[in-house]
Write a protein that binds this ligand. Structure first.
Ligand code: IPD
Length: 280
């Protein structure tokens, strides 16, 4: 419809900031768990629900023909071929405890395989624009396909990190995350046990979108996780790939729920191998 990537990015940032204000300024001194989802550790606060509602209302006003896929209210198909993939609070457990590392994640994707009964899928989508807004940490990450990625408006460099092309496993700082399902957690713990002795150290920040943005900004060297949902990483995926970070699944194919590994090119292959060695 003639809408440019820059226009879509402006919408993403506008609605992410609006939801961020609600979530951050409206955070009660003591956040109550409103419900639990898959397991008792998978919490949803009243704010997750309210913030997703706000995102959907703002998007309906600005982009009435687009679909929306969100963590709390599922998939509402549109007619334009574009779908907004939103997470009102990525890092809900950090939010619950007041750890200032949670984010509103808003992406817009085009997926020729999506339709009224089929939500966009990371295997076939193209992310056009995305915003990851951390209101408590006061940082905003934006990316547009072909336009690069920015942190608070400053373009992130595409070059290799501090270790250059020599980036090696034993000096890599690797972030990871864990799902809520205890069976999966046991598997994740086993993989971690295999990987930890081989790398510089490991970080568990608690917010997948910020983990991915962290690789883009070289705050870590890599990030991997199994079991993510599309809204956890859609926006941050573009932030990472626009800075030259390679993002795949654990077999080198498109990243998705079955696996996501993000690393700069020199480190990507050694980490794929190390994950395979560790049984990922
Ligand atoms: C979770 C966070 C966490 C990751 C989990 C996600 P939520 O998202 O991103 O870091 O390890 O896999 O589910 O539930 O806080 O939106």
């Amino acid at each position: 419809d003639g809408t440019s990537v820059a226009d879509l990015l402006a919408v993403a940032e506008r609605v992410a900031r609006a939801a961020g204000r609600l979530v951050h300024e409206g955070r009660p001194a003591r956040v109550e768990v409103a419900a639990t989802k898959s397991t008792v550790t998978d919490v949803v606060t009243a704010m997750d629900t309210a913030a997703e509602q706000l995102l959907r209302e703002e998007l309906a006003a600005l982009r009435p023909d687009d679909g929306v896929l969100g963590e709390e209210h599922g998939y509402e198909p549109g007619t334009s071929g574009l779908t907004w993939v939103v997470d009102p609070i990525d890092g809900t457990v950090n939010y619950l405890y007041g750890i200032p590392a949670y984010a509103v994640s808003v992406a817009v994707v085009a997926d020729p395989a999506a339709g009224p009964d089929r939500a966009p899928d990371p295997a076939t989508w193209r992310v056009l624009a995305g915003c990851v807004h951390n209101p408590a940490g006061a940082e905003t990450w934006t990316a547009g396909a072909g336009l690069g990625a920015r942190l608070d408006g400053v373009l992130l460099q595409r070059s290799e990190g501090p270790q250059g092309a020599e980036a090696s496993l034993e000096t890599a700082l690797v972030a990871t995350g864990f799902g809520y399902d205890p069976v999966r957690r046991a598997e994740q713990a086993a993989v971690l046990a295999g990987l930890l002795p081989r790398v510089r150290d490991v970080r568990r920040i608690g917010t997948a979108s910020l983990d991915l943005c962290g690789v883009a900004a070289r705050r870590t060297d890599a990030y991997y996780e199994r079991g993510l949902n599309p809204w956890d990483f859609a926006a941050a995926l573009l932030v990472a790939t626009e800075t030259g970070v390679r993002v795949t699944d654990f077999a080198g194919g498109p990243a998705g729920g079955a696996g996501l590994l993000a690393a700069r090119p020199a480190l990507h292959a050694p980490l794929l191998q190390a994950l395979a060695d560790a049984g990922a």
